[in-house]
Design a protein around this ligand. Sequence first.
Ligand SMILES: *[C@@H]1O[C@H](CO)[C@@H](O)[C@H](O)[C@H]1NC(C)=O
Ligand SMILES: *[C@@H]1O[C@H](CO)[C@@H](O)[C@H](O)[C@H]1NC(C)=O
Ligand SMILES: *[C@@H]1O[C@H](CO)[C@@H](O)[C@H](O)[C@H]1NC(C)=O
Ligand SMILES: [Cu+2]
Length: 616
Amino acid sequence: MGKLLCLMLSMLIISTVVQGYGINDLDNPCLRECTGSEPMTCEYDWTIESYYSMSRACYQCPFNEFDCHRPHCIPSAGYARPVYSVNRQEPGPSIQVCENDIIKVHVHNRLQNEEGESIHWHGFHMQGTQHMDGVSGVTQCPINAGHDFTYEFIAEQPGTHWWHSHAGVHRADGVYGSLIVRQSSESDPHRALYDKDDPYHVITIKEWSKSPAIAISTAGQSGVAIDANDGILINGVGTNQVLSNSDYPNATIDHHVVYVTSGQRYRFRVISAANDVCALSISVDNHTLTVIAMDGAPVNPIDVDMITLFSAERYDFILNADQSPTNYWIRVAGLYTCAQYQEVAILQYAGAPPDSKPESDKDLRAQGKVLNPQTALRDSETVLVSDLTDADEKEDDLSHADVTHYLELNAVSRNEAKSVHHPVFYPYELAGTDTYSLKNLPIINNITMSLPGIPLLSHWRDVDEASWCNEDSLQTSLKDCSQEACECTYRIDIKYNQVVEVVYVNTARGIPHPMHIHGYYFEVLGMETMWDFFTIEDFKRLDAQGEISRNLKNPPRKDTIMIPVGGYVITRFRSDNPGWWLMHCHFDAHFALGMALVFHVEGSVPPPPASMPVCT
Ligand SMILES: *[C@@H]1O[C@H](CO)[C@@H](O)[C@H](O)[C@H]1NC(C)=O
Ligand SMILES: *[C@@H]1O[C@H](CO)[C@@H](O)[C@H](O)[C@H]1NC(C)=O
Ligand SMILES: *[C@@H]1O[C@H](CO)[C@@H](O)[C@H](O)[C@H]1NC(C)=O
Ligand SMILES: [Cu+2]
């Protein structure tokens, strides 16, 4: 009790001196020290609205820093534009609970344009609460505009997770936030390594754009080049555009500040909410990052200087505040489509002058040892996620696979419904070599996924038999999916309680894909960059020759992994969670274009709650 009081008091004190961006909703009683005693029921009320950044609620922001922090002000990067918001915040409300708490989120969809909504709890496996996974078209009908729905589930997966819209492209425009599940000191394998794990050291990063996501995705599909990214947000704030914009000569928008005290070791929890082909690497000047978890799952600690995050990945690291007590840049550097951007926050030691800034160059890019390098090439300065090892005692043996599925990730140009190309009006064969002919349709095994418009979990028996497919059914159907469009509901059936190996091969040139599986963690047994146009056949040949190695002893667990260009990733999971689980590329546009499939794991699923939204 004394400890709890102390924690609450110290939080109270912090919150009076700190006005961090994007850190809100900390008055929920569920944010407490996790002792492993009685779980609590944690309730949240969310209103999802069509809203505007830099609205009148921002008063004189960015000319008056205080105004940028006002309730209902979404400063974003200082640009006024339409956004989607939860409780008029970006990031949306942070859920921070203890392991095994019951989470109840009352969602009120108040979006304009009759738009439906659903919320996915990224990192939660929803075993026994399959209907709460929040995927429109797979586990539920969207919550209609004007309607309400309550998600209810148990916080069973400890670690750093997040929640986000799984309807349309709302996530990119602001419907996302952190979801942190802390453990008691007895359950947390790394508890001895840090002193503090407080809500102010949760960092959510993403790219931002001047344009709403629908403008970017439709422009991309239509072959019209518009800037997909205009900068980077750290906990919802981006400063570079404002500070360098001549329209804002006296702008004062401030960097996000993270406070530390000398001699203390802090657990940082970093989440990439990026929606585009934008990887973000985070580093802290003059400090080593000791990585202790990936996607919520603990790994044996490893020291690096920088971590690259692809969309939906999470990394926990410990920062030892052992440097001279001043200010340091926290750098978030963009790669791929946001390569020209870097945003900074400030790590400020107690005792540093409050308004001062670090002395080093804000635009310098960090160097050194990087975890999860974008190209997945090995050298002395890189560590691949497959090199890390699981810190939890292995409860299950996945060393023998019962079944293997090979998934080829590629991109093509085709005359099909989801592409700009039309067989008569604008066939891709006529596109020549201009930008319109870019191979813009990402596919898995040459299939474009389309969902039938009714939720598979509850209504799969109603789906027209002819709309299902997988690579085997297409092989017997005489359809040549290497030449013509194969748009169908891509479904892989999996027996209950099998060890399922999934091998991803990225044959496309240029773009890595972060693949995310719902309902499971997978073990990452191996990962390698090979050569351009590396194929499944190449993989099988090398594997038969014994030239592909697998870590069967202590592979790390993840739910989202980047499949390197011209390379492969080997994953395994035990199919002990029945249901319909989406597996997809976590780039919004790629998912929308059909880079997805569903794993149908047999077994019984509890009936949907009576309150489930209905499709209209
Ligand atoms: C910026 O500040 C300068 C000096 O205080 C002042 O002269 C100028 O009018 C200000 N400009 C704007 C646009 O507020
Ligand atoms: C940070 O490291 C750089 C390079 O080693 C060094 O020049 C600089 O003085 C350090 N900064 C502080 C505040 O210690
Ligand atoms: C997909 O089509 C390409 C030709 O465009 C072919 O080489 C490849 O083998 C096909 N992949 C699968 C998994 O069928
Ligand atoms: Cu997801």
